[in-house]
Design a protein around this ligand. Structure first.
Ligand SMILES: Nc1ncnc2c1ncn2[C@@H]1O[C@H](COP(=O)(O)OP(=O)(O)O)[C@@H](O)[C@H]1O
Ligand SMILES: [Mg+2]
Length: 468
């Protein structure tokens, strides 16, 4: 097996000096996640300095460490003037030496979901490297690229941002052959004056594209024309569109939302197709069409990709499901605790609405929405009513606006934070229910999910003891 990095190649890429020769099979910047054979890069961040963890990285089996000053540790070290820039240099080198076709995914919602689904379907067709989890910023993207094996056939990278100017350097580093923008919605409005500003910032993904590259755009999004103008201005002549819009190249014609999957009917470049995606919700149908457009642009096999979509499941915290056994049966727990925006709240409520059983929504604040926040929270009332949600538990000061909008007869309980509503939810849940928990990461809904899942273990414990 060829090494991901040799000491000579890393020195060439970074201009650094090696204390010994080494070979690494992976790259890590977190000593707690180091795997045997990794190159550990000691990053100096605002709060932490990786140089303090070089010893732990070696204990965990690191093959070498990239450092700014001698770390006074045994073990091969590559000394560079700045480890952040060193990692970027590795990323740039990894990208140029690889023959992989690279797709980059950005957008307001659905980046990780789309990136994972694309990586899954491409992985069935050839060696594929992808961003792990949500490593999508100025640390995560260079790290992910530095892990791109030289013989990968495909690379799939997520790019995120919270302010203008952040995506352009990521794109110039990754040099995508295909850029996917899932959508442009009201998130991060705290850092932007308008949605148009968000669209412009997402369009920075076009700045680093390889010549002959393809932009994959959401035809239904109200900023579509704006994004297309940006693509034109960047000299991108290949554009593939997806959405329900009649002129979309990858046109959604019908979605059947089942409790645990979706049947999608679509017209793909004038061919009628139908396939299953193993994750429910109209948003998944749209994500899957973006995936198929990217597959086409990457010149991979679309029929194989369509078949593989059946094996896609929602990532943890983004719609992942658990059946929790309790007294009298079980309830279905849908974990949407990783993130929330008005758009993703609505689609999650639609999925809940399609589920059989008593429907319970447990919702925490959507963060970073700026001055429109109260209206955007209150605006969810229509979705709750339309989806016949039986019980609503709301947590956080912003969700108070939704509680008010639902009115006294809306059946909503409100608490100041997730800890305050947890006991109420726990008391309410019964066998046969479907419980969907969602909120921005900072609204702490993950502990609610964990506590509800634990009800199953509590219920199971005596039964298991009895079986012995
Ligand atoms: N196309 C979409 N439109 C709206 N919401 C979506 C879409 N795809 C996924 N979501 C929802 O948005 C939330 C965040 O999903 P994720 O894939 O982590 O997005 P991101 O990486 O952009 O933050 C999840 O609740 C997920 O179910
Ligand atoms: Mg993400």
């Amino acid at each position: 097996m060829t090494a991901l990095w040799t000491s000579d190649e890393a020195a060439l890429a970074t201009g650094g000096r090696n204390t010994a020769s080494w070979q690494a099979s992976g790259v890590s910047i977190d000593s707690r996640k180091v795997q045997a054979g990794d190159l550990f890069i000691a990053i100096k961040g605002p709060n932490m300095d990786g140089h303090a963890y070089v010893g732990s990285a070696f204990s965990a089996g690191a093959a070498a460490a990239m450092v700014m000053e001698s770390a006074n540790q045994d073990g091969p070290q590559l000394t560079v003037p700045d480890t952040g820039e060193g990692m970027v240099a590795l990323a740039r080198h990894a990208r140029s030496r690889a023959s992989a076709r690279v797709a980059a995914v950005t957008g307001s919602a659905g980046k990780t979901s789309t990136k994972d689904a694309l990586a899954l379907v491409l992985g069935r067709q050839g060696k594929t490297a992808a961003t792990t989890g949500n490593l999508n910023n100025h640390w995560g993207l260079p790290l992910s690229l530095a892990r791109l094996p030289r013989d990968a056939r495909f690379g799939v990278f997520e790019m995120g941002m919270s302010a203008p100017g952040e995506i352009a350097p990521l794109s110039r580093l990754a040099r995508p052959d295909v850029a996917v923008i899932t959508n442009v919605e009201s998130v991060h409005l705290e850092f932007f004056k308008s949605e148009e500003g968000i669209a412009d910032a997402k369009a920075e993904i076009f700045t680093g594209m390889e010549s002959g590259g393809t932009a994959v755009l959401n035809r239904d999004n109200r900023h579509f024309e704006r994004l297309r103008r940006h693509a034109d201005a960047a000299g991108i002549s290949n554009i593939l569109t997806f959405g329900a819009h009649e002129s979309a190249d990858f046109q959604l014609t019908d979605t059947e939302i089942k409790p645990a999957h979706c049947r999608v009917s679509a017209r793909i470049q004038n061919r009628d197709v139908a396939y299953t995606i193993g994750a429910p919700g109209r948003h998944w149908a749209l994500n899957s069409l973006a995936v198929l457009a990217a597959v086409t642009a990457l010149e991979a096999d679309i029929d194989l990709a369509m078949a593989a979509l059946a094996d896609v499941t929602p990532p943890k915290g983004r719609g992942s499901r658990t059946k929790v056994s309790i007294e009298g049966g079980s309830f279905l727990l849908i974990d949407e605790s990783y993130n929330a925006s008005p758009a993703s709240m609505r689609v999650a409520l639609d999925v809940l609405g399609a589920a059989p059983g008593r429907r319970i929504a447990v919702l925490g604040d959507m963060r970073e929405l700026g001055p429109q926040s109260p209206a955007l929270h209150a605006g969810l009332a229509a979705s709750i009513t339309a989806n016949n949600i039986d019980l609503v538990f709301l947590a956080g000061e912003n969700m108070a606006h939704l509680a008010t909008a639902l009115g006294r007869d809306g059946g909503a309980a409100h608490g100041k934070d997730s800890a305050a509503i947890l006991p109420l939810v726990r008391d309410a849940v019964r066998a046969g229910d479907v419980v969907m928990v969602k909120g921005s990461f900072g609204s702490n809904m993950a502990p609610v999910v964990a506590a509800l899942a634990a009800l199953g273990r509590e219920a199971c414990a005596p039964a298991m003891a009895g079986e012995r």
